[in-house]
Design a binder for this molecule. Structure first.
Ligand code: PGA
Length: 257
């Protein structure tokens, strides 16, 4: 599974152009060899949904509000996403850091998404400070435990976790951050799967997809998916150009074949 998180990098017209290119570039593998999800910003969702209709590329939103609806100016509830997107990113570190989203709030978003039939892509990961203090495992476990009660066994099998060390997320296109060693990321991903299995049973945990995110680019795309249990990537800045994103998808498939 390879997920493109376009953040605020790609505007409405460019999102449509990029989705058209990716539909053509990836039609031979989308939904067959790989699940490919594009996550543009809210104003582009409906137009990109139109571009992707009839293809096997999937659409996701970058966030969702934790309430179903009501007096929440500027927010987007699940009811507005239902029927448009298959996936929604929740708990991204940029939301946690810049919008004060807590583990409890992220869990509420997961519940809303699941109730609306939208599969959550749940981001977890430690900050540089937490890593320096030796708290990586504790912090990731805490974030995972907070959302597991919001996921039934069935929902867990359709959910995605993204292990994204906060310090590994790029500062923008061509501004990569340092990455963990692939085996370190795989250990954390193993921890996520173990916690999920403890809650929902081994069968659901096996179906659960857990991806890595943080400065993934074509030249690093082989390293992480070569580790056991790493099911793909959540890609930010390197996903914003169709050629770059396509190169990542092809590299994943080459390494896994
Ligand atoms: P990046 O972002 O690939 O630009 O590091 C990943 C993410 O934040 O999801």
């Amino acid at each position: 599974m390879v997920i493109a998180n376009w953040k605020t990098y790609v505007g409405a017209a460019e999102s449509v152009r990029a989705a058209r290119s990716l539909r053509a570039l990836l039609q031979d593998v989308a939904g067959k060899a790989a699940d490919i999800v594009l996550c543009p910003s809210f104003p582009s969702l409906a137009a990109v949904a139109g571009v992707l209709a009839g293809s096997r590329l999937l659409l996701g939103a970058q966030d969702v509000h934790h309430e179903v609806g009501g007096p929440y100016t500027g927010d987007v509830p699940v009811t507005h996403l239902r029927g448009i997107v298959r996936y929604v990113i929740v708990g991204h570190s940029e939301r946690r850091r810049l919008h004060g989203e807590t583990d409890a709030l992220v869990a509420q978003k997961v519940s809303r998404a699941v109730a609306a039939g939208i599969h959550p892509i749940i981001c977890v990961g430690e900050t540089a400070e937490e890593r320096a203090a030796g708290k990586t495992i504790a912090r990731v476990a805490e974030q995972v435990r907070a959302v597991l009660p919001a996921l039934s066994s069935l929902a867990l099998g359709a959910a995605v976790f993204a292990y994204e060390p906060v310090w590994a997320i790029s500062a923008g296109p061509r501004k990569p951050a340092p990455q963990p060693a692939p085996h370190e990321a795989a250990e954390l991903i193993g921890l996520i799967r173990k916690l999920a299995a403890g809650r929902a049973g081994a069968a659901s945990a096996t179906r659960l997809r857990v991806v890595y995110g943080g400065s993934v680019a074509p030249d690093t795309a082989c390293a992480f998916v070569s580790e056991p249990g790493v099911d793909g990537y959540l890609v930010g800045s390197a996903s914003t150009k169709p050629a770059g994103f396509t190169a990542i998808v092809r590299e994943v498939l080459r390494c896994r074949s």
